[in-house]
Design a protein around this ligand. Structure first.
Ligand code: SF4
Ligand code: SF4
Ligand code: FES
Length: 339
């Protein structure tokens, strides 16, 4: 079988395979964001760069045909530095929170938005499990200082997080689980508060009612939890952008030059946050193969290029179709299109 060399490792390839595909079949995953199995290479992200040993050129492995006699470097310091630079350019224009401000400020890094989501839908047992599994969280129930970080405070008043947690602990009798863990600090990007249109955010994601100071009943807790704007990324756990950025040790602030304003499109089956889009084009290709002309498609040029519903359609149309929305969520490598 024909083969090429990847960091001096012999990689056999099949007819038509790229370096990235053949390497993946041999269990060697090269970082990638804009390539997906079954789609054409778009070469927009450049985090899959490898270096050709014959010419010394850095080339995207997702578009480099595997060839007999080819030798490339993948895990060398030069290649990793180039990938990191490509990643930092993407992060520099990435407008989005990986973690919510309340969670970052909480003394036990409690996943507050996750708890509030399930309290708002009357899933108290699930909320209690999150609380019990967070090391040290139950010992912080009387603290309220972290509430100052709540983004909703800039609009009217912070969510009464402490009141909800105290009610939850008392109602469910939650105790710390022996398996409770302190979450590891992970790479996180942040939206500057000036970039957010808070009235729109509240209207799109949260109940527009005043803070309830006293949480005495389940109805109180559910209503107050519904005031949460869910500032955390819906895809925080398995976002490929975050995953590869951590892998490459990229600094999200190395090339900070955000020129976008925060926007949120809330569809019936998916939420679209254009600030998190890296213009990879996978959603456009998936939408085209879907054949319903619902989008997303490209708008604008250069720095203003963005994926959105086609002209004449509602911004939510691509995200209201259940099958298309599921395919878009699956294809999008960032939290730009998420559940
Ligand atoms: S609005 Fe919700 S997610 Fe955002 S900071 Fe406040 S409690 Fe946290
Ligand atoms: S929305 Fe997601 S899939 Fe579409 S271009 Fe942006 S990052 Fe890529
Ligand atoms: S995955 Fe190759 S350039 Fe994006």
């Amino acid at each position: 079988m024909p083969h090429f060399l990847l960091d001096n490792q012999r990689i056999e390839f099949r007819d038509g395979e790229t370096v990235l595909q053949a390497a993946a079949r041999h269990g060697v995953t090269i970082p990638h964001l804009c390539w997906k199995d079954g789609c054409d290479a778009r070469t927009s992200c450049m985090v899959c760069l490898v270096r050709r040993c014959d010419t010394g050129a850095f080339v995207p492995s997702c578009a480099l045909p595997a060839a007999e006699g080819l030798a490339v470097e993948s895990e060398t310091p030069d290649v990793l530095a180039m990938r990191r630079e490509a990643m930092e350019l993407l992060l520099g224009d990435h407008l989005g929170d990986c973690e919510a401000p309340c969670r970052k400020a909480h003394p036990a890094s409690l996943d507050i938005p996750a708890i509030l989501r399930v309290v708002a839908t009357d899933e108290l047992d699930l909320a209690a499990t999150i609380l019990s599994n967070s090391a040290g969280a139950l010992a912080t129930l009387d603290e309220t200082k972290y509430e100052k970080a709540c983004r909703r405070a800039r609009h009217d008043a912070p969510v009464n997080i402490a009141g909800i947690l105290q009610f939850l602990a008392a109602k469910t009798g939650a105790t710390e689980s022996p398996a409770a863990v302190t979450p590891k600090t992970r790479l996180s990007t942040t939206i500057p508060i000036s970039a957010i249109d808070l009235p729109t955010a509240v209207k799109a994601t949260a109940a527009d009612r005043p803070r309830n100071e006293t949480i005495d009943s389940l109805d109180d807790a559910m209503a107050e939890a519904a005031r949460c704007m869910h500032c955390d990324c819906r895809d925080a756990k398995d976002c490929s952008l975050r995953l590869w950025a951590e892998h490459l040790d990229a600094n999200p602030n190395a090339r900070k030059a955000p020129h976008r304003q925060w926007q949120l499109v809330v569809g019936e089956h998916a939420v679209f946050e254009p600030g998190k889009c890296i213009q990879c084009g996978l959603c456009v290709e998936v939408a085209n193969s879907h054949g319903k002309d619902l989008g997303p498609t490209w708008h604008g040029r250069g720095f203003d290029l963005s994926a959105a519903a086609p002209l004449g359609r509602n911004a939510t149309d691509p995200f209201n179709d259940p099958a298309l929305a599921a395919a878009l969520i699956e294809a999008c490598p960032t939290g730009a299109i998420a559940k």
